[in-house]
Design a protein around this ligand. Structure first.
Ligand code: HEC
Length: 302
């Protein structure tokens, strides 16, 4: 008969080793406690994050109320002023100001111009949003090179908005208190609007994201940030007219073109060129969604 080695004999009942058993139980208790602590910590982190989020929202809402009481306290007004000075200063190789720039309501007319953009411009033969029109005027009137204007066009965190952005903030502020009224009646405008709608809904890139992945539901959030339900005209009308906005987390004014660059980054898509057809199409779509919505520039964002 085969004899099992003593230490490995299945017929032999193992001697109960109380010490080992207790140690195992202790370890299990410790493990359970640790798990509980981890779960509690995670739950606490989630509710802490939610509480922190609610606090941030409350703090920004309070900030907004203070701004309504004293609208001049929005730091974005510094860029409105800077933009106005840039508009009126003779600049560029041609040493002229932008006071003859036609934003759609005649040369030099700034008041209410933003409220009717994007629109078709016969001189350029294309539909333009505010920022692409400002590029055009700086190029055609002042003689700046297009390549220079679109090179590193957006500021890093803490740095002030670039010149084109400051100009946009100034011009848009001159439509504050008005409502979005771009018509999208010209065939080219309709075409661009349709492209914008397609781009908004079309999935692309390595994550297969569309704008709608993040912006087609209310109450959706990414990390701590609430996501605007831009597919819904009522929700879009509340937020789109606040751009360019002073963004507290970046400590600078961010324009709509810059906002799109940030969302393209969220989608891991290549950075769209400032004023390119794709950006104008998306901005046309957003503006049309927000039709009738209030313009309040510079806005204030998280
Ligand atoms: C992966 C998610 C994601 C996708 C996809 C995405 N965005 Fe965003 N979007 C964000 C985040 C995050 C914010 C900023 C929210 C905040 O700061 O509170 C934002 C903000 C915005 C805002 C400003 C809304 C406001 O509250 O004023 C606009 C406009 C916008 N996105 C447009 C777009 C467009 C157009 C696309 C498609 C090209 C797009 N987004 C795709 C995540 C996304």
């Amino acid at each position: 008969m085969y004899s099992y080695p003593a230490h490995n004999n299945p017929n032999k009942k193992p001697k109960k080793n109380l010490e080992t058993k207790n140690r195992t139980e202790d370890q299990q208790v410790t493990l359970k406690r640790t798990l509980l602590a981890v779960v509690c910590a995670a739950t606490a982190a989630v509710s802490f994050a939610a509480a922190q989020d609610a606090d941030t929202e409350k703090a920004i809402e309070k900030y907004r109320q203070m701004l309504r009481a004293d609208p001049w306290s929005n730091p974005g007004f510094l860029d409105v002023d800077r933009g106005e000075a840039l508009w009126k200063t003779a600049r560029g190789p041609n040493k002229v100001s932008l006071e003859k720039c036609d934003l759609g309501k005649g040369p030099g007319k700034v008041e209410g111009a933003f409220a009717e953009l994007p629109r078709f411009f016969a001189d350029a033969g294309k539909v333009m949003d505010l920022e692409s029109r400002l590029l055009w005027c700086q190029e055609k009137l002042q003689g700046f090179s297009h390549a220079d204007l679109i090179k590193r066009p957006h500021p890093g965190g803490g740095a002030p908005v670039k010149d084109t952005g400051a100009l946009a903030t100034y011009v848009a502020s001159k439509s504050s208190g008005m409502k979005y009224a771009a018509k999208f009646a010209h065939p080219k405008e309709k075409e661009v609007l349709a492209l914008g709608e397609t781009l908004f809904n079309r999935r692309s890139g390595p994550f297969d994201f569309a704008c709608t992945t993040c912006h087609a539901e209310s109450g959706k959030r990414i990390r701590l940030q609430g996501l605007a339900h831009l597919a819904d005209p009522k929700a879009a009308a509340k937020v789109v007219g606040e751009w360019p906005a002073y963004r507290v987390s970046n400590a600078h004014v961010m324009t709509m073109q810059h906002r799109l660059v940030d969302c393209y980054w969220q989608m891991r898509l290549p950075e769209p060129e400032l004023g390119s057809d794709v950006t104008v199409a998306l901005i046309s779509y957003l503006t049309n969604q927000a039709k009738g919505g209030d313009i309040s520039v510079p806005g204030l964002k998280r």
